[in-house]
Each structure stands twice: as structure tokens, then as C-alpha cells.
Design a protein around this ligand. Structure first.
Ligand SMILES: Nc1ncnc2c1ncn2[C@@H]1O[C@H](COP(=O)(O)OP(=O)(O)OP(=O)(O)O)[C@@H](O)[C@H]1O
Ligand SMILES: [Mg+2]
Length: 238
């Protein structure tokens, strides 16, 4: 009995150590970029005075710094989610809301002329709306990042006791051999230059699982990727 709990403790410690290791490594990358940028600007300013920085240069510097800060902040949020998932404290706040109205509101907030929305969901759902939004936004940003310049089709509909949401792009697609792997923590696909951390889909999957739903992929190299969510209308009715 004692041995089993000791083994469990060891396993948990090893998992925590691995998490801290990977997390600090992932944080280091955008932090280094940010540091280099600020250091270069400081050196230039010290040598030539602040007047020597043109407004255009200043704008570029601020824009880049802003991007890096956003990236870091998103990464920290994701890390916190992963840590909550690990410790079993990743809890949802389920509430009733009208899905059609909510989608309309989301559509107005995500302004992109590449996205075509088809929503047919006049129904009350009982979900954690912020977490489901996190999933949809993640799938959209994956399509924007990994299928650059592609159109994106978002379909929301009802079938029986479930809502079906799909986010489809027409980019490079994903080979079937890695469909399962990309849902694992810190696992990225085959492309070399992606700036992602490989966390997004892992968190999406956890959120959808908490809603008793599932995510599936339909994708082959060269024909785009379709991520499909199937979520019970009311999570607590399961
Ligand atoms: N729409 C897509 N088209 C092609 N490949 C995709 C698409 N969505 C995800 N992938 C592949 O799945 C991998 C895992 O996706 P995931 O969202 O977990 O991580 P990421 O986008 O690399 O980083 P982040 O943690 O910032 O989201 C990606 O690295 C990419 O290779
Ligand atoms: Mg992603």
C-alpha cells in the first residue's frame, strides 16, 4: 500500500518537474526576443539620444514589443490552464445562454473578411461560454496561423441532443498519422517555422471533454483541415 502511494508521489513529482522544465523553456523564447529588442533600442538611444529615433522606427519598435508582450501573456494564461488541468482544478462555470445570439456577438467581435459564418442554432445551451469561446478562437487562430491566407468556414448547427461546430480551412492540412498526436501537450506538427507552442489543442480538448463533448479532425495534406466539435446542448443533462 505504502509502496503504491510512494510510486504515485514520485510520478506526480516527475510530472511537475517536467512541466516546470518545459514551461520555463517555452517562456524563455519570447522573453529573449523581447529582451534583445529593448536592449538594442536602449543601446541606440544611449549612443545617439532619443531624438535620433524616427517616429517610424519608434512605431515599429512599439508594435513588435506589443506583439511579444501579447504572446507572453497568452503563453502565461495557457500555462496557468495547464497547471489547473494537472492539479484537477480546471473547473467550468456552466450557465444558460442563447447560442445564436452569442454567435452573432462573437462574429461581430472577430472581424475578419476571411471568415464565412453559417449559424443555425436558435437554442439555449448550458455551457461555460468563455471556455467554449476560447476553443473557437483557438481553432480560428490555428487556421489563420497554419493555413495562412486561406478562407475559413465556420458552421454552427444542431443535431439531436448535440451542437455541431466546425472550423474549416483550405490550407496545407494535417497528415492522418499525427491527428491524435497534435492534441498532446507541447506537440506541434511537422512545419518547421511555426511560432506556436503546441498547447492550444491540448487545452481545447480538455475544455470540450469537460463539456462531455468531443473534437475530431477531417484532414489530409494539401486539402485543408476541418476541426469539428460535438457538444451536448446541456452538459449537465448527461
Ligand atoms: N488548421 C490547421 N492546419 C494545419 N495544421 C494545424 C492546424 N491546426 C493545428 N495544426 C497543427 O497542430 C499542431 C498543434 O496545434 P496547437 O494549437 O496545439 O499548437 P500551436 O498552434 O502550434 O501552438 P499554440 O500553443 O500557440 O496554439 C500545430 O503546431 C500544427 O502543426
Ligand atoms: Mg494553436
Amino acid at each position: 500500500m505504502k509502496r503504491t502511494s510512494e510510486k504515485k508521489l514520485h510520478k506526480e513529482l516527475a510530472m511537475k518537474n517536467e512541466f516546470i522544465c518545459v514551461a520555463s523553456h517555452e517562456l524563455k523564447t519570447p522573453l529573449t526576443a523581447l529582451m534583445l529588442q529593448v536592449e538594442m533600442a536602449k543601446k541606440f538611444m544611449d549612443a545617439h539620444g532619443i531624438e535620433a529615433i524616427s517616429p517610424k522606427k519608434m512605431q515599429t519598435l512599439i508594435n513588435r514589443t506589443h506583439q511579444d508582450v501579447l504572446r507572453l501573456s497568452r503563453l502565461v494564461d495557457d500555462m496557468m490552464d495547464i497547471s489547473r488541468i494537472h492539479s484537477g482544478k480546471f473547473s467550468m462555470n456552466y450557465e444558460f445562454f442563447n447560442l445564436e445570439d452569442y454567435m452573432e456577438e462573437l462574429k461581430n467581435r472577430i472581424t475578419s473578411d476571411k471568415i464565412r459564418w453559417t449559424v443555425n442554432a436558435p437554442i439555449l445551451v448550458k455551457w461555460d461560454r468563455f471556455r467554449i469561446e476560447q476553443v473557437i478562437v483557438n481553432l480560428i487562430s490555428n487556421a489563420e496561423r497554419h493555413a495562412k491566407n486561406s478562407d475559413i468556414d465556420i458552421n454552427v448547427g444542431i443535431g439531436g441532443a448535440h451542437v455541431y461546430i466546425s472550423v474549416q480551412d483550405y490550407g496545407p492540412g494535417i497528415s492522418p498519422e499525427i491527428h491524435e498526436k497534435i492534441f498532446e501537450r507541447f506537440k506541434r506538427g511537422e512545419e518547421k517555422n511555426s511560432e506556436g507552442f503546441g498547447i492550444g489543442l491540448y487545452i481545447c480538448n480538455e475544455i470540450v471533454k469537460h463539456h462531455m463533448g468531443k473534437i475530431s479532425i477531417e484532414s489530409h495534406p494539401g486539402v485543408g483541415a476541418n476541426f469539428m466539435l460535438q457538444i451536448p446542448i446541456s452538459t449537465t443533462l448527461q
